[in-house]
Ligand binder design. Sequence first.
Ligand SMILES: C[S@@+](CC[C@H](N)C(=O)[O-])C[C@H]1O[C@@H](n2cnc3c(N)ncnc32)[C@H](O)[C@@H]1O
Length: 321
Amino acid sequence: MKSVDYDTWHLPVLLDRVIESLSIKPDGLYIDLTAGGGGHSAAILAGLGRGGRLLAADRDPEALAVCEQRLRGVETAAVYEVIRAAFSEFPAWLSEEYRGHVDGVLADLGVSSHQLDDSGRGFSYLHDGPLDMRMDPGLKQSAADLIATVREEDLVALLRLYGEERYASSIAKSIVQRRREKPISTTGELADIVVCAVPPHARRDANPSRRTFQALRMAVNHEQEELAHLLQVLPDVMAPGGRVAVISFHSLEDRMVKQAMRRWESPCECPRDFPECICGKKPLGSSVHSKPITADESEREVNRRSRSAKLRVFEFREADV
Ligand SMILES: C[S@@+](CC[C@H](N)C(=O)[O-])C[C@H]1O[C@@H](n2cnc3c(N)ncnc32)[C@H](O)[C@@H]1O
């Protein structure tokens, strides 16, 4: 593999805050479920020592090759493995012996800068390329397949939900009209359709296609379902005192993370007016910070992606003695 400039490939967001929040034990077991180009993984591995183990997973095989190369360059007595897997396959691939013994998990959601910058991946309205958007090229449906078949009303709904797009109806209508004439197969064609579908004043926005592309990417990769699955299974694998750190870039995802952490903190399902708990569900732990962590001014300046990042961290409680 060619040498890679890791900082151009993808600059990890909130790196110091993530490492500090995970409170790494040198001989602990850590899992980075969104290894990408390995920025966070390399820093976690560097914090581990003898007896330590890092499992670095991602659904994108191209990212994993870069991550593996990067991890090979980290001097450490700890061991690591790279694993190609989506959240929805977790924890099926995790050995039985590790379940209940994971000291830290990181999920840095969304796409990497490299995925966006590579026109061949079809994620970006800025570079013309095939309309693909699959993080895992093995997924059955690309963005072109999705917009060739989706019903107009479902397209409106997904543009609203994932893209928070106010011109969802008019964009969906234009897409459906165009696909009757010919299939929409490139990012350039889609970006042009969106620009023509929004009113003239909205074309002055930084980029009127941004929200449509974001929405389609989230739908193609089932990002909401993937995250919901992950938040459901995490408590079963964590060690007492283990920490989960999630970085989100979308309000819908941040809300899901916030609500899951609240549920972990107060899982009791008894009606509010019951004098005492009878469901027996005890708090699993607590949030490490009272508010989500965001990037400071200096990071925002050098890394645009960091501007919308929110980091939430949860600590599972120590075992009762
Ligand atoms: C923001 S990047 C992570 C960058 C990484 N932290 C770094 O420092 O280089 C997000 C990565 O998560 C992966 N990803 C997103 N959703 C995923 C999912 N549901 N399952 C597995 N990997 C996922 C993407 O393929 C991408 O490589």
